[in-house]
Design a protein around this ligand. Structure first.
Ligand code: PAD
Ligand code: ZN
Length: 372
C-alpha cells in the first residue's frame, strides 16, 4: 500500500480538497506512476464548475507525466524507472474504432468510467471508500495507478512539464491542425482562443507551413505569446463585437477568409464566428468543448452554397503511443517550443487559485509540480 496526495473533486461548484489517500499496488495490466508534473487544463475546470457531470469523489487532472515506480503482472518490468507521459484516453484496442486506428474515439476506453479496466479503483479515503480517477489517470496526485495502455515512454531529455503538456494541450492543438484537419503548406489559418490548446494550434500551424496564422483572443498577453510561437496577424476580440472579430479575421487572411479556422474555446458565439469567417471551401475545426447540451448556429445557405465544412477534433486525433514520442522528438529538435506555454508552477494546494486565473482567461498553462 502507498500514499498519494491528491486533489479530490466531490461536488460541482465547490472547491476541490487536497487529501492524503491510500493507493493500492498495481493489479495485472496496471502501472504505478510517481507523478512529476500535471497541467491545469480547462477540461478540469469544466468538471470543477459542473459544466460536465462527473461522479465524485474523483481525483482531477488529465495532463500529466511521471516516472514508473512499479508494474503489475503481465507488464514489462523494464518500464520501471522510465519517464512517461500519460494519455487521458487509454485505448481498449479491441473496439471498432481502435481496430480502424482511430483510438481517439475508442468506445471501450476505461477512461469513460474513470477507473481501471475492471471498473474498480486503486485509491481509497481513510474510511475505506473508493475514489475515482478522472479519465482513469487523475494526474493531480503525487502517485497514481493507471492502465498500462495510458503510459507512453518518451525519449530521454524531455522535461517533465513538457511531457505533461504533450499529454493533453499539445496533442490536442497540434494534432487538430496536422492530423485532424491536415492543413497543407501555404494555407491560411486562424485560431480563436489562445489557452494551452489554442497556442498549440498555433504551433501546429507553424509546423504545417501555414502562410498566415491569425490569432484571436480577448487577452493581449495571449496574443503576444502567440506571436512568439509563429502567429503572423492578430485580432483583439471585444466580447460585445462578434461581427468585428469575423471581419478582422477575414481582412487579415485575405482571399475572403482563412482556409482553416480552429475554435479552441468552446463557446457557442466563437463557434459561430469560426464558421462565419470561412471563405467558400473553408473548414472550421472545432476543438473547444462546450458545456453539455449547448448548440451553436450558423447561416445554412452560404455554408452549403460555398461548400464549407465543419469538423470536430477529439484529442487532435492522437494515437498516443505513436504521436507522443513524435511530438517529444519535435520538441527536442526545437520545432515545438512547448516550454513557452508554461505560465507558472504551483503546488496542489494552490489549485483553486489556478482555476480562478484560468476562469478569467489569464493563464497559458499552469503546471502543478510534485516534490518527491
Ligand atoms: P483556456 O481557458 O486556457 O483558454 C481559452 C482562451 O480563450 C483564453 O485565452 C481566453 O482569454 C480566450 N477567450 C475566452 N473567451 C473568448 C472570446 N469570447 N473571444 C476570444 N477569446 C476568448 O482553455 P484551454 O486552452 O485549456 O482549453 C480550451 C478548450 O479546449 C476547453 O473547452 C477545453 O475543455 C477544450 C479541450 N478540448 C480537447 C479536445 O480533445 N477537443 C482537449 C483538451 C481541451
Ligand atoms: Zn485537457
Amino acid at each position: 500500500m502507498f500514499e498519494s496526495r491528491a486533489a479530490v473533486f466531490t461536488d460541482a461548484g465547490h472547491p476541490v480538497s487536497i487529501e492524503t489517500l491510500a493507493l493500492d499496488v498495481p493489479q495485472p495490466g496496471e502501472v504505478l506512476v510517481r507523478m512529476t508534473s500535471s497541467g491545469v487544463c480547462h477540461s478540469d475546470l469544466h468538471v470543477r464548475d459542473g459544466h460536465w457531470e462527473r461522479p465524485g469523489p474523483i481525483v482531477l487532472g488529465h495532463e500529466g507525466a511521471g516516472i514508473v515506480e512499479a508494474v503489475g503482472e503481465g507488464i514489462n518490468p523494464e518500464l520501471i524507472g522510465r519517464p512517461v507521459a500519460l494519455t487521458w484516453y487509454a485505448p481498449c484496442l479491441t473496439c471498432r474504432n481502435c481496430q480502424l486506428g482511430r483510438q481517439w474515439i475508442c468506445t471501450g476506453s476505461p477512461a469513460l468510467g474513470h477507473a481501471m479496466t475492471d471498473g474498480t479503483t486503486r485509491l481509497t479515503r481513510p474510511d475505506g471508500s473508493p475514489v475515482l480517477s478522472y479519465l482513469s489517470i487523475g494526474t493531480m496526485a503525487s502517485r497514481q495507478v493507471v492502465p498500462a495502455a495510458a503510459v507512453v515512454p518518451l525519449p530521454d531529455g524531455v522535461p517533465p512539464e513538457v511531457a505533461a503538456l504533450i499529454g493533453c494541450g499539445v496533442s490536442t492543438g497540434v494534432g487538430a491542425v496536422i492530423k485532424t484537419a491536415a492543413v497543407p503548406a501555404g494555407a491560411t489559418v486562424a485560431v480563436i482562443g489562445l489557452g494551452g490548446v489554442g497556442l498549440s494550434c498555433v504551433m501546429g500551424a507553424k509546423i504545417a507551413g501555414a502562410s498566415r496564422i491569425i490569432v484571436v483572443d480577448v487577452n493581449r498577453q495571449k496574443i503576444e505569446l502567440a506571436g512568439e510561437l509563429g502567429a503572423t496577424h492578430w485580432v483583439h476580440a471585444a466580447k460585445d463585437d462578434p461581427k468585428g472579430v469575423v471581419d478582422g479575421i477575414r481582412a487579415a487572411a485575405g482571399n475572403g477568409g482563412p482556409d482553416f479556422v480552429f475554435e479552441a474555446i468552446g463557446l457557442p458565439e466563437t463557434i459561430s464566428q469560426a464558421v462565419a469567417a470561412l471563405p467558400p471551401g473553408g473548414t472550421a475545426c472545432l476543438v473547444g468543448l462546450t458545456r453539455y447540451g449547448q448548440s451553436a448556429s450558423f447561416e445554412a445557405f452560404p455554408f452549403v452554397d460555398g461548400g464549407r465544412r465543419i469538423i470536430g477534433s477529439n484529442y487532435g486525433s492522437a494515437v498516443a503511443a505513436v504521436d507522443f514520442p513524435r511530438y517529444a522528438e519535435m520538441y527536442l529538435q526545437g520545432r515545438l517550443p512547448i516550454e513557452k506555454l508554461i505560465d507558472r508552477r504551483l503546488d496542489l494546494a494552490e489549485l483553486e487559485d489556478a482555476f480562478d486565473r484560468l476562469r478569467a482567461g489569464q493563464a497559458a498553462r499552469q503546471m502543478v509540480v510534485f516534490e518527491d
